[in-house]
Design a protein around this ligand. Structure first.
Ligand code: GTP
Length: 637
């Protein structure tokens, strides 16, 4: 006789973790909707989708949680780990760093999911296995060794792009869960616990009266049975253990639901505080994954360099810096090469693998370290392929780097060139009441620095004297040189010193008039190029512009746009401006990449994370110059 009871479905919560950009969202979307988004954007916080699947004759609803891989979203994602049944640890096979990050992801999961059992269904997923063999950075052998070390028995390579092994990966995850469930069941039986997984109790809505119960509390909270074991079928809930009190389950469900609602509200609150401003476009996060990429600008700081000079009383003279003052170091070359490789990965579907002058244009300030940085960067971005290989033992090709002499470079030079209107306004600000108040507030710091260096170090004599010491210490410590004992009270964590050093970088954008010269001309250059691209008047019709610059230029741009986060700009940090076409409207999206991690989307004040190009002109009208540089420089404020 056929049973009248509806077939049972087990709900399993599956969390996907891994570095930003490894393809977690694409894996989930390919599995749930069979769609692949070439231009998938970074996830902010978490997203989840449900998908039904049958594994070995059993029905499951997988509730798949896609999390944000970027470090800055840690607080948004970790509250959602609790109650997980399965964890997918994902990396990209063409990104060794993402594989190396798995141990940390596992650790983060164990900590925040509150896993106490030493057995949990982890599965390792190596995504992007469609990339050419030459791009592979992680071998299956290395993964197997890693899995053995962490006692993980399931590993699979996938391609969300080519839809390869996607269903298999999730099936494997469920099988891993089943195997663990069975072994836990066996072990409970062996210890006299008689949980009968085959007997269901059909709980009709009218029966859902709740009171406290303790059937769950005696068993291991992390065993598959007790972590999450509701079986859902239509509107009824089926309990799987004879020993589980209906009331206990109801109570547990209420607590679970309340926690979920609380976590959901927290996430929304955190998301809003990240993305919204009083007059911002609150819909921005909804459209941020849409649109075609049209044009990209990248502005990066040069890589690691030697100090710009020896600060007063400093121990390390030029003999410690064989490259010379202010020169790119080998570390700096590596950083830039990595940045180039990263750009290649990010834009591999947008840029041809073959270098073509009609596609890209690169420009540097006329300074050794920025010129050399750009060359190192291009070596990573455009290694020669096919007929561009001119020396098989040297996978490098020359690519033109353009520059303008510093004295007339009003976009990228370390200092604004001769410009009476700017320099007069700058000097006036340095003498302003505001600056005097700032100086007075730092007198004890100046005294301390002056005593130890035996030179006047303050904002009265030289606005760069404090930041120069900070900068020297950054260089010296990154090259493992011992700093003077007296530096320890100030560097690297003394807030007063940090802020005083940072202050000099605020001055060029202290007023709207100053911002026009220090950030406005560069912004106009970028926005006008976007406009030319849209109007098909960009000749040649390129796709990418890279500017190799200094911290000074990035400070100025971010400060002018009101996007600065009060932190020094690290070596090789990059600001990326992407132009996207969404439903025939053009939007600008900005990212800040300040570390090895993937870049963070920036919220453009008064607009959102995806801001119409026309709105950018409106928002920054007061700093966008209306005349050429020479004319603006002669005009009084
Ligand atoms: N070649 C290839 N590219 C992929 C594959 N899966 C994803 N990508 C690309 O990788 C990029 C990042 O994909 P996402 O799914 O957004 O990555 P993520 O891990 O969710 O990133 P975060 O949200 O920042 O944590 C996108 O450009 C995708 O098109 C794949 O299987 N093969």
């Amino acid at each position: 006789m056929t049973s009248m009871r509806p077939s049972k479905t087990t709900l399993l919560k599956v969390v996907i973790l891994g570095d930003g950009g490894v393809g977690k969202s694409c894996l989930m979307n390919r599995f749930v909707t069979n769609v692949f988004d070439e231009n998938s954007f970074h996830t902010i916080g978490v997203e989840f989708l449900n998908k039904d699947i049958e594994v070995d004759g059993e029905k499951y609803t997988l509730q798949i949680w896609d999390t944000a891989g970027q470090e800055r979203f840690k607080a948004l994602r970790t509250p959602f780990y609790r109650g997980s049944d399965i964890c997918l640890l994902a990396y990209a096979i063409d990104d060794l760093t993402s594989f190396k990050g798995l141990a940390q992801w596992r650790e983060e999961f164990i900590k925040y999911a509150d896993i106490t059992s030493n057995q949990f269904p982890f599965i390792v997923v190596g995504n992007k296995n469609d990339v050419p063999p030459a791009d592979r950075e992680v071998t299956p052998e290395a993964v197997s060794i890693w899995c053995q070390e962490f006692n993980i028995s399931s590993f699979i390579e996938t391609s969300a792009k080519m839809s390869k092994n996607i269903v298999e990966a999730f099936k494997l995850a469920v099988q891993q869960w089943q195997a663990l469930e069975k072994s836990t069941e066996r072990s409970l039986r062996a210890h006299g616990e008689t949980i009968d997984l085959t007997q269901g109790v059909n709980l009709q809505p009218a029966d859902r009266t709740c009171c406290s119960g303790n059937s769950f509390t005696n068993s291991n909270p992390n065993s598959p049975q007790t972590r999450r074991h509701e079986r859902v079928s239509d509107s009824s809930i089926q309990l799987t253990s004879e020993r589980c009190s209906i009331f206990a389950v109801c109570f547990k469900k209420i607590i679970e639901m309340s926690c979920k609602i609380l976590l959901f509200l927290t996430a929304i609150f955190l998301l809003k505080s990240y993305t919204a401003s009083p007059d911002g476009d609150r819909n921005a996060p909804n459209i941020q994954r849409k649109g075609d990429l049209v044009f990209v600008h990248v502005l990066h700081r040069h890589g690691d360099r030697t100090p710009l000079g020896q600060y007063p009383g400093g121990k390390y003279d030029i003999s410690y810096w064989p490259e010379g003052w202010g020169q790119l170091t080998n570390l700096g070359k590596q950083q830039q090469h990595e940045l180039g490789k990263w750009l290649r990965r990010r834009y591999k579907n947008f840029l041809s693998t073959t270098y073509n002058t009609s596609d890209i244009y690169v420009r540097s300030s006329d300074v050794d370290r920025t010129l050399m940085s750009l060359q190192s960067n291009l070596a990573g971005l455009f290694p020669p392929t096919n007929n561009q290989i001119w020396n098989p033992s040297l996978m490098w090709q020359p690519i033109p780097v353009h520059t303008t002499p510093e004295k007339i470079d009003n976009l990228l030079a370390g200092q604004i060139p001769e410009c009476p209107s700017y320099h007069k306004a700058f000097d006036d600000f340095v003498e302003s009441v505001e600056m005097n108040v700032f100086r007075e507030s730092n007198l004890p710091l100046y005294e301390f620095l002056s005593v130890h260096t035996e030179k006047p170090i303050d904002y009265f004599h030289d606005i760069w004297s404090v930041p120069d010491i900070y900068d020297s210490w950054v260089c010296e410590s990154s090259h493992n040189l011992t700093l003077p004992q007296w530096s320890l009270t100030l560097f690297p964590h003394n807030e007063k010193f940090y802020k005083a050093a940072l202050k000099a970088f605020y001055l060029p954008t202290a007023t709207k008039h100053l911002s026009k010269f220090s950030g406005g001309f560069l912004l106009k250059d970028l926005l006008d190029r976007f406009t030319s691209k849209i109007e098909s008047s960009l000749q040649p019709d390129r796709k990418l512009f890279i500017y190799s610059t200094h911290d000074f230029n990035i400070f100025n741009l971010l400060l002018s746009l009101d996007l600065f986060d009060d932190k020094f700009i690290p070596y090789s940090a990059a600001v990326i401006l992407e132009l996207r076409n969404y439903k025939n409207d053009h939007y600008v999206q900005m990212f800040y990449k300040n570390s090895n991690e993937n870049p963070a989307p920036m919220y453009i004040p008064g607009c959102g994370v995806l801001c119409p190009l026309s709105k950018m002109y409106e928002l920054y009208d007061d700093i966008l110059p209306k005349n050429d540089f020479a004319t603006e420089c002669q005009l009084e404020e």
